[in-house]
Write a protein that binds this ligand. Structure first.
Ligand SMILES: Cc1cc2nc3c(=O)[nH]c(=O)nc-3n(C[C@H](O)[C@H](O)[C@H](O)COP(=O)(O)OP(=O)(O)OC[C@H]3O[C@@H](n4cnc5c(N)ncnc54)[C@H](O)[C@@H]3O)c2cc1C
Length: 643
């Protein structure tokens, strides 16, 4: 057993930033444990123009922490104090990255230019190009290595350790499997005063997913020790390619590809299936064009461009077919002159009027073609398979304004695993929130958590109990194949717990998830390789998470939250969505009253779920006075009751 002051789990953009900041603030008994520096979402993903959202800092355009916090709150179901912190620290976190060499563009006067992203009234967004989060990781890895921060790779956390202390739960470390060893030798325990939990979003929950294949997430470990969650049901979904996972937003739609579906073999019986829903080809093309601007599925765009997502999903889930974007040809009846004025003028002004979607894409955005080429997909030779995929969880674990878990002390969920966002959010706030969370947790730990308060005897006892449980499982033979089990729950989640939500299906999915978890917990680990053991245990935490995700979605459906954000709730009481969709496709409208509440939840020790609707806290009125704030700062009163 190893003992540290602070253990950081996860090396995405947020975990790396936390390690770098903790070290800078003098926390030296520190290590970062991770599956690998090349794992996770941040270093493996990107988009057309991957966005980082921060306070405006260009020219004469005014901005302030409160204005930005208001826009973060406008998405609904967001606490004002947390929004204010994310806004107030955004320039600091951004400047940290820029100073480490992340190539955010600025002009000759050092002004960081911005652009407008979705849900953004100002030009606050910036980008380094398609791979902003990777650039952030590379700069942070270099800094961590330069500072000699201990980094342990090939370590997979399989359990979080917790003890009771003064009537409260506190986190005291984690149990890892070291992928470089075999059997029980692979078990490693790290006891820690503080655990920064930076394990990313729940990437392996859905089959249809645009999270990188290597990223599974580990929120289930925290849910398993009873940590509170917030807004778990608020996901973002959108169309993405599946062979190589990438959002097909922006130019991929604006060049008007052919949407075709084929039989389950992916070859035979090709159809332009969207045509059945539109009166004319032009009407269909105008909707596809609009989809480029309005990429994520949005309940507010039904009717509207999000109907395309529904039609695509219906083709796949209900009809068992596969859907492709074909850029190679236009159909015989494609008539540029018949398109809407907006579509024609955009393509004309972009110099992208040409005879096939691929030629239009070449002119509009050639790197978009090269991107697929560099991942072995030649758009001139094959059609691109797509699905409506899970992309980001706005919800996650519930944290304080210092990013400490609301009910598990000394556990600091940061990055995507922290549910600080609401129903919608300006694009790019995920990366900002991850950096701000890292700064806040590091500051709080450096100011309060450097002294040792943990009872090592109690922590060791908790560790030994977990190890005994794992060793007992090793003595029983492994009877189940983890890949088959994972496919089962991913399919279930994509079909019943994604962006189309309906009570009966959710109840059935929940029952199946609960019994699958029991079956896996009874199975053994004996005879497995270390990799199979890791994945078998990972399935258990993913299923634990799936239970609370499905419970949260069901709770929102039953309480009448209705269709909002990236989710459509079907109900016999709802309104018919489209005359050509089946009768039962009726959308329950949103009840806007829920925009001013957040849903917190937790799994109780008996496995049942408990939920509370909390009123959103207002943005604090902070008409401060320098001398009093200085005094509060010096005396550490700013850290509140827990300092
Ligand atoms: C296609 C796509 C496009 C996106 N575009 C944008 C955008 O434009 N702007 C924006 O703000 N956000 C965007 N996002 C979201 C954003 O990229 C992520 O929210 C963010 O990168 C997550 O960072 P993180 O540090 O929280 O987690 P990650 O980067 O996922 O890192 C998690 C780390 O934890 C490790 N880990 C996980 N489980 C364990 C375990 N059990 N044991 C040990 N280690 C573990 C992983 O290996 C990894 O190192 C996008 C996401 C996707 C998928």
């Amino acid at each position: 057993m190893k003992h540290l002051n602070t253990l950081v789990i996860g090396s995405g953009a947020s975990g790396l930033a936390a390690a770098v900041r903790l070290n800078a603030l003098g926390v030296k008994s520190l290590a970062l444990y991770t599956e690998g520096l090349r794992m996770g979402t941040s270093i493996n993903t990107g988009s057309d123009k991957q966005t980082y959202y921060k306070l405006g800092m260009y020219g004469i355009e005014p901005d302030s922490p409160v204005l930005l916090a208001q826009d973060l709150m406008n998405g609904g179901a967001v606490h004002g104090d947390i929004a204010l912190v994310e806004a107030a620290l955004s320039p600091l976190a951004f400047a940290h990255l820029a100073a480490l060499g992340v190539p955010f563009p600025h002009d000759e006067f050092g002004q960081y230019i911005g652009y407008k992203t979705d849900h953004d009234p100002r030009r606050r967004a910036t980008s380094c190009g398609p791979y902003t989060s990777r650039d952030m990781c590379l700069a942070l890895i270099a800094e961590a290595k330069k500072n000699g921060i201990e980094i342990q790779e090939k370590r997979v956390a399989v359990s979080l350790l917790a003890v009771e202390e003064n009537g409260e739960k506190r986190c005291c470390g984690a149990v890892f499997l070291n992928r470089g060893k075999q059997g029980e030798d692979a078990l490693e325990v790290v006891l820690a005063e503080n655990v920064v939990f930076a394990v990313g979003g729940p990437g392996a929950l859905y089959r249809a997913s645009v999270y990188p294949v290597v990223h599974t997430g580990a929120i289930g470990l925290a849910i398993g020790i009873g940590a509170k969650t917030r807004n778990l049901a608020e996901f973002q979904f959108g169309m993405a390619s599946t062979k190589f996972r990438w959002n097909v937003s922006g130019s991929y739609m604006q060049v008007l590809p052919r949407f075709v579906s084929r039989a389950a073999d992916g070859i035979s019986d090709e159809k332009e299936f969207l045509r059945e829903y539109f009166k004319t080809p032009e009407e269909m093309y105008d909707m596809i064009f609009l989809k480029g601007y309005q990429w994520p599925f949005a309940a507010g765009h039904v009717p509207g461009s999000s109907l395309i997502d529904l039609f695509v999903n219906r083709e796949i889930v209900e009809r068992g077919r596969r859907v492709f974007l074909d850029y190679r040809t236009d159909p015989a009846d494609y008539d540029f002159q018949a398109l809407s004025e907006e579509t024609r003028s955009y393509l004309t002004r972009s110099g992208a009027v040409a005879s096939t979607p691929l030629r239009r894409l070449e002119r509009l955005n050639a790197p978009a073609i090269e991107l697929y080429q560099s991942h072995g997909i030649d758009l001139s030779k094959e059609a691109l398979e797509i699905a409506v995929c899970a992309q980001h969880n706005n919800g996650g674990l519930a944290g304080t304004i210092w990013w400490e878990s609301e009910n598990v002390r000394h556990l600091f969920p940061i990055g995507e695993v922290n549910g600080s966002h609401g129903v919608t959010r300006p694009g790019g706030t995920a990366l900002n929130a991850g950096q701000v969370g890292a700064f806040r947790a590091a500051e709080f730990i450096a100011a309060n958590g450097a002294e040792e308060t943990l009872s090592l005897a109690a922590a060791e006892k908790a560790a030994l109990e977990t190890m005994d449980r794992l060793k007992a499982a090793w003595r029983r033979p492994a009877l189940r194949n983890w890949k088959e089990e994972r496919a089962k729950f991913q399919n279930r989640m994509s079909e019943n717990g994604a962006f189309i939500r309906e009570e009966t299906l959710l109840r059935k999915a929940l029952a199946e998830t609960r019994s699958q978890l029991v079956a896996l917990q009874e199975d053994g680990l004996g005879g497995n390789t270390i990799d199979d053991t890791v994945e078998a245990l990972r399935n258990q935490q993913l299923l634990t998470a799936q239970i609370l995700y499905l419970e949260s979605i069901l709770k929102q459906v039953l309480d009448g939250v209705g269709s909002r954000g990236s989710a459509l709730v079907l109900s016999p009481r709802g309104e018919r969505i489209h005359p050509l969709l089946p009768e039962e496709w009726k959308r329950l409208p949103e009840d806007p009253a829920f925009r001013s509440r957040t849903l917190t939840g937790r799994l109780k020790p008996d496995g049942s779920a408990e939920f509370v609707w909390e009123s959103c806290r207002e943005i604090p009125a902070t008409d401060g006075w320098f001398e009093t704030i200085w005094s509060d700062y010096r005396s550490k009163r700013i850290y509140g009751a827990h300092s």
